[in-house]
Design a protein around this ligand. Structure first.
Ligand code: MN
Length: 324
């Protein structure tokens, strides 16, 4: 018998039965005592076009019932080496952007204060801004700017939308840099592509020192070389991993608000995520799964599997720190 939370045994209760939680783990009221807290952030108040990511956590919970207890390639059994549970959804406000951000930051701060590593499912990409604030100010961030490995079709470093609105899912990383919760010289964006608002749209990000690896460069160099460079960029200081599901090609992840063709295959995404072991991961999220645009749950399945891959890497780090 292990001392950690365990998923419902699929040989006892079939995967389609029981209450829906992330990875079929227990739902708990607090992150206290957890190594990794699985969190839903059902909020898309920053969405500028096709809304629906507010429904992401519920559908990712549903499709996460397909995940089993061990990783077939690495052999990692996350629930044997780390205490992991579903801490539920953060409190949100669907009709007030600034209050929504404040609630997410407060909820995330309470979780990271326990020492648990957050692994969240959005929600749109604006949810990552309050998460970065909370993680950088929390015990692992030490009040210093974080590094970030960012998988996305979009840089999300625009300035304003709709007459000066500064808080949308197209602006979170410019705000995070301005606020000093992200160190742009330790930020790498992978998979960026698609039409832009203007030719120089990414000039500000590049001028800050962000390394943008466009999709064309990823295709030319491949997952291993790109992640090797990413590891160099973020180094050994605390780093946040953010995975926008629209980084994956819409043929494999259509359920998202801002799809861009020519994206990662799900297999390429898995290849990259499995190489993140050397990163000092302070928190992670999977965002922009929008079930109203999904087909047969395939995008929610991709999101749940990305979450499982990240969870296996994070659990291994927890185990290594415990031993070390
Ligand atoms: Mn994004």
């Amino acid at each position: 018998m292990t001392k950690f939370h365990q998923p419902i045994d699929a040989a006892e209760v079939p995967r389609f039965a029981g209450l829906s939680t992330f990875m079929r783990l227990p739902a708990v009221a607090t992150a206290a005592g957890l190594d990794i807290a699985l969190i839903g952030i059902p909020w898309d108040g920053g969405t500028t076009n096709r809304a629906g990511a507010r429904h992401g956590p519920r559908e990712v919970r549903n499709m996460s019932s397909l995940m089993r207890s061990a990783h077939h390639a690495s052999g990692v059994a996350p629930f044997e080496i780390a205490n992991i549970a579903d801490v539920g959804d953060l409190s949100v406000n669907p009709i007030d952007v600034m209050d929504g951000i404040a609630r997410i930051e407060a909820g995330m701060a309470a979780i990271v204060a326990t020492g648990a590593l957050p692994l969240a499912v959005g929600g749109d990409h604006l949810t990552t801004l309050p998460s970065l604030r909370a993680v950088s100010k929390g015990p692992r961030g030490g009040g210093k700017p974080l590094g970030m490995i960012h998988f996305d079709a979009h840089s999300d470093t625009n300035d304003t939308y709709f007459g000066g609105n500064r808080f949308t899912h197209g602006t979170p990383f410019r705000r995070a840099i301005e606020e000093g919760v992200l160190d742009p010289k330790r930020v790498v964006q992978i998979g960026i592509r698609g039409s832009v608002y203007e030719p120089g749209e990414h000039d500000w990000a590049k001028a800050q020192g962000i390394r943008i690896i466009y999709m064309e460069e990823f295709v030319a160099r491949g997952p291993a070389a790109v992640i090797a460079e990413a590891l160099q960029i973020v180094g050994q200081d605390p780093t946040y991993i953010t995975f926008d599901i629209d980084s994956i090609d819409p043929s494999m992840a259509p359920g998202t608000g801002t799809p861009e063709i020519g994206g990662f295959t799900t297999r390429e995404a898995q290849q990259m995520l499995r190489l993140l072991g050397p990163v000092n991961i302070a928190g992670a999220d999977v965002v922009e799964v929008a079930p109203p645009f999904d087909v047969g749950g395939m995008t929610a399945l991709a999101g749940a599997t990305v979450m499982f891959e990240l969870m296996c890497v994070m659990a291994t780090q927890v185990d290594q720190r415990r031993d070390g």
